[in-house]
Design a protein around this ligand. Structure first.
Ligand SMILES: Cc1cc2nc3c(=O)[nH]c(=O)nc-3n(C[C@H](O)[C@H](O)[C@H](O)COP(=O)(O)OP(=O)(O)OC[C@H]3O[C@@H](n4cnc5c(N)ncnc54)[C@H](O)[C@@H]3O)c2cc1C
Length: 344
């Protein structure tokens, strides 16, 4: 097979109503030729703003939805090694930049949506399953300990990558094992110890794509678990802007401290940049409340980081993953004189 060159070139095209859209070079045909046995779907210039919670940012050069784990492994084996690949969950912890995402964005769909109840209070689920469905399936099967997933709006894949947690429970407390495919298309069975979980972090290499997970709880009563889930849902409704376009907690809590208290003390509650605002309800949440761009949100986050640093001396780290290129190559927040953080 000959070399398949990766082009990042993009252009702006003006569409009906004068809306200017960014589009990348369409490489889907070239890629499909290289992957004749592919069963999943390739889409050029897919708007990630339609499938992420913040509803901002540019397109993915190629959005790939694999049919199942074998299809994903086949694709990863055959996609040229220099092509960038990123996997997306439900986009509830992601800020997509306005310049879009060059390369391939993978979104797991129906082929990763199975839920199986196993013996010994265990559940095996595909990584496209929303966390809330994990909580419901566990409750129905009388498996206690997974009710906290009721409040987390991501998928199982995102929960594994972020060690998602809430209300005293974390993924690391309930995971037994997981499966993943690496960038070369090899399948790995991973134990809990392999995952290297810590606060909102998993040590498995970034290029690994999780495909399924087995959770283990303890024996419980369905009605009791359901009432715990209702408590979680009520708490969220009253304390977090869950109906807004948001990405959840913006910054990780520094050891022994609450990020929201530092943001509040720095006077940032309600702070605005363009169409982006620090939530009045929970000031570790940013919201897109008035047609924000990715740049507005990132600039607002960087402004908050700079003010917190100035006021308390503490450097907040982003929990939200920022993905893709800034608009027309212009970095955001460089003028705020904060050290840049590692990024996608
Ligand atoms: C209103 C709201 C409330 C929230 N509350 C909480 C909370 O209480 N606790 C909490 O922990 N988080 C919370 N979050 C953040 C978010 O829901 C979690 O981080 C969640 O686990 C992200 O899952 P996702 O599927 O949306 O992942 P995405 O946001 O799509 O991606 C997040 C990361 O996971 C990676 N990823 C996704 N799928 C896979 C996969 N299959 N294999 C490998 N990597 C993958 C992505 O590459 C990316 O690095 C909240 C978010 C919102 C919007």
């Amino acid at each position: 097979m000959g070399q398949l060159a990766f082009h990042v070139a993009w252009r702006r095209a003006t569409h009906g109503g004068g809306v200017s859209l960014l589009t990348f070079t369409d490489l889907t045909e070239d890629l499909a030729k290289r992957l004749p046995e592919l069963r999943g779907r390739l889409r050029a210039n897919a708007q990630l703003s339609e499938i992420t919670w913040f509803r901002v940012g540019g397109p993915a050069q190629i959005l790939f939805t694999p049919a199942d784990e074998a299809d994903l492994a086949y694709a990863l084996k055959n996609i040229p090694p220099d092509w960038p690949v990123f996997v997306l969950g439900l986009g509830s912890n992601l800020l997509v930049r306005d310049g879009g995402v060059p390369g391939i964005v993978i979104r797991l769909g129906r082929g990763f949506g199975q839920i199986e109840v196993l013996d010994g209070q265990r559940l095996r689920v595909g990584t496209a399953v929303p966390d809330v469905k994990v909580a419901r399936a566990a409750a129905d099967a009388g498996i206690a300990g997974l009710h906290f997933y009721r409040g987390i709006p991501g998928s199982v894949g995102g929960a594994l990558r972020m060690n998602a947690g809430a209300h005293g429970g974390e993924t690391k407390d309930v995971l037994e094992s997981a499966r993943a495919v690496d960038r070369q298309g090899n399948i790995h069975d991973l134990s809990l110890a392999d995952m290297g979980f810590s606060y909102r972090h998993c040590s498995i290499p970034r290029e690994f794509i999780f495909t399924s997970a087995t959770f283990k709880g303890s024996a419980g009563d369905t009605t009791d678990i359901q009432s715990q889930m209702e408590e979680v849902a009520d708490y969220r409704e009253q304390n977090q802007p869950i109906r807004e376009r948001t990405g959840g907690s913006t910054f990780k809590n520094p050891p022994g401290m609450s990020a929201w208290k530092l943001v509040d003390a720095a006077g940032c509650r309600g702070l605005r940049v363009g169409g982006a605002m620090v939530s009045e309800m929970h000031c570790n949440f940013l919201i897109n409340d008035a047609g924000a761009t990715g740049e507005d949100l990132e600039r607002l986050g960087e402004t908050v980081r700079a003010r917190v640093k100035q006021q308390s001396g503490i450097e907040l780290n982003w929990e939200i993953i920022r993905l893709g290129d800034p608009k027309e190559g212009r970095p955001v927040g460089a003028e705020l004189a904060l050290p840049a953080e590692a990024d996608h």
